[in-house]
Structures are given as C-alpha cells and as structure tokens.
Design a protein around this ligand. Structure first.
Ligand SMILES: Nc1ncnc2c1ncn2[C@@H]1O[C@H](COP(=O)(O)OP(=O)(O)OP(=O)(O)O)[C@@H](O)[C@H]1O
Length: 319
C-alpha cells in the first residue's frame, strides 16, 4: 500500500459519488448500478493467413454503472481488442460480454446498430478521426443529434452549447478543428460522443497525441462528463498521470486482467486529504493469478513455484 499527500482537486470520492448518483437516477435506482459492463472468460482469436493470435484469453471484468475506469497495459496486451468488442465494432470468439441488456456475442446486425447508436459513444486517439474538418465545433456536436433525430432545432443547439461548456470549450463553438488545439479538439470530441445520451463512453488513448497539460484538460472533461451525466466511462491509456486520476485502474497482460489499483481519499489527522492506493493481483474464477513481472524477475522465478498455505496468506517460493 502506498500513500501520497495530494492537496489538489479533484476530490475523487466526491466525483465518484456524484457520478454514481446520476447513474442511479438514469437507471431508476441504485440497485441497478452493479455490473453495467460484464466480461466473463472473454476470448478473441484473430486468424490471419493460417496463423492464430489469441488477443484476449479468458478476460474477466465487471464495471459498475457510473464508474470511471482506466485500462492500462503494454502494447499488444489486448486493450484495443477489448474496447472494440465492448463498443460493438468487433465480435468476440467466445465467453460472455454484456453491456446493460445487450449481449455482445449473440446480438444480430439490427440490434448491434441500435447498440452502437444508442448505448455507446467513442473517442479515438487521432483527433482527425473524431471530428469532421469542415464543420465548426457546434456543428460537429449537432451532427449525431441530427442523424439520430433525437433532438432538433433549438433543443439540439442548446444541448450542444451546454455540452461544449461542460467540457470547457464553449469558446470554440464557432471554430473549425484546424482553428483549435489538439486538446480542444479532443474535448469537443468528448462532447460529440455524449450528444445522444449514451450509457457508456469509451476512449482509446484520447490523450496519446497531446502534451501533459493539454492531456490533463481532456481527462478533466472525461471526469466532468462522468460526474455530471452519470455516463460510465472506460478509458484506455498509457498516460501514468491519467491512471492516477481515477478510482480504479485495471492492467491487462497477455489478454487477461492481471492487476488492479484502487484509490480512495481519506482525511488525515492534520485536516488534509490523503489519497490511498492499493494494488491487487486479480484472481479469476479458476483460481489463476499473474505475479507481477518485477516479482518474477527479482526472485528469478521460472517454470514452477512452491506454494505454502499459511493461516492468513499464501507463500510463493522458487521451485
Ligand atoms: N485485426 C487483427 N488481426 C490479427 N491480429 C490482431 C488484430 N488486431 C490485433 N491483433 C493482435 O492482437 C494482440 C492484441 O492487440 P491490441 O491491439 O488489442 O493490443 P493493445 O494492447 O491495444 O496494443 P497497443 O497499446 O499497441 O494499441 C496483438 O498481438 C495484436 O498484434
């Protein structure tokens, strides 16, 4: 367990409580918060020219309604594969993947379309992929509402302005993407992604092309959307700063969940706020867990280890 004294906002506990309250309001009661996204034994095998790549090999993950979750992992560990499946762009090979009432394995084309239109919003890493270059920020945010016919005229414009204000780029309403910085464009992309009230927002490396301070603004926009609208947010990131601004970060290794960091704020004796991080290894239903690679290297563990059951812990020794 590590502790750091962090005096700077935002207060993660308050943000999370507000997001959970909004999410419960949307879903019709706090009892519907559990298990908004559920993956169980999720497998995705790619076959190219006779070669099989197992991108996800039995991944288990539960995300609650209104949660803001960061997913980290080395390149090739399966993060994008997971996000593509959860956003309905790709179909898993086996296992369970469910978001709300949608079964992502078995849903037919029509239901998949409705899932992608109504349930999810997406922010890509490449700013150019999120916005139409010849439209202003306001027109970009209006576009999904026009296409879906959810709101029109004045109501749509009002919502678009509100969302742009909410993510801190109201002043960019009349600018085209080439008249905005990368961070401003990504914040407009966040507003656009939630224009049609999706239940879940996915972001794949949304700050990957930005410098540190601009990246922080984009992440604040994701936090605000999560807290104010109660949208469940799942963000894939390499950015170590981002992953310390959320209550839960999960790490994927070789297509499985390997570890999880949970953070909570608590009051200190001197009246300050202390952020407490606790790291856990993830134990799946078959009893499997991954040892951190640093532990494996430090003790030169390989091939097999000896396990001893003690009264309150399990000891792992070189075999
Ligand atoms: N369409 C595809 N066809 C074949 N193999 C693929 C395909 N997409 C991904 N893979 C492989 O699946 C594995 C997981 O890839 P994925 O893109 O999910 O990883 P990632 O963690 O998102 O990596 P990065 O951080 O580099 O984006 C990798 O070995 C990758 O080469």
């Amino acid at each position: 367990m590590s502790t750091t004294n962090e005096m700077t906002p935002p207060d993660l506990a308050t943000l999370q409580a507000r997001a959970a309250q909004r999410a419960a309001d949307r879903a019709g009661g706090a009892d519907r918060l559990r298990g908004h996204l559920v993956c169980d034994g999720l497998v995705r095998i790619y076959k190219t020219e006779g070669v099989e790549v197992v991108a996800l090999q039995g991944l288990d993950l539960v995300v609650d309604r209104g949660e803001l979750l960061a997913i980290v992992g080395a390149s090739g560990s399966g993060k994008s594969t997971l996000l593509n499946i959860l956003s309905g762009l790709d179909v898993p090979t086996a296992g369970i993947a469910r978001v709300g009432d949608y079964d992502l394995l078995t849903m037919k084309a029509g239901r998949r379309l409705s899932y992608r239109r109504r349930m999810v919003g997406f922010v890509w890493q490449q700013t150019g992929r999120n916005l139409l270059p010849y439209l202003t920020a306001l027109e970009n945010v209006l576009t999904p509402m026009k296409l879906a016919g959810t709101r029109s005229g004045r109501a749509a414009r009002q919502r678009a302005y509100e969302l742009l204000e909410m993510v801190g780029v109201g002043y960019c309403a009349d600018r085209r993407p080439d008249q905005m910085s990368g961070g401003e464009q990504q914040r407009v992309a966040v507003a656009l992604a939630v224009a049609n009230d999706p239940e879940v927002l996915f972001a794949d490396e949304p700050t990957g092309e930005l410098d540190e301070s601009t990246a922080a603004d984009v992440f604040t926009a994701l936090q605000t959307i999560n807290a104010e609208l109660g949208v469940t947010v799942v963000v894939v990131t390499h950015d170590p700063n981002v992953s310390t601004q959320v209550r839960r970060t999960v790490a994927i290794r070789d297509g499985r969940l390997a570890s999880e960091v949970r953070r909570s704020a608590r009051a200190t004796a001197d009246g300050g706020t202390e952020l407490v991080s606790e790291e856990y290894a993830v134990l799946d239903r078959a009893g499997r867990m991954q040892l951190p690679s640093s532990f494996v290297q430090e003790l030169e563990l390989k091939d097999r280890v000896k396990l001893n059951l003690e009264s309150d812990h399990v000891e792992v020794r070189r075999g």
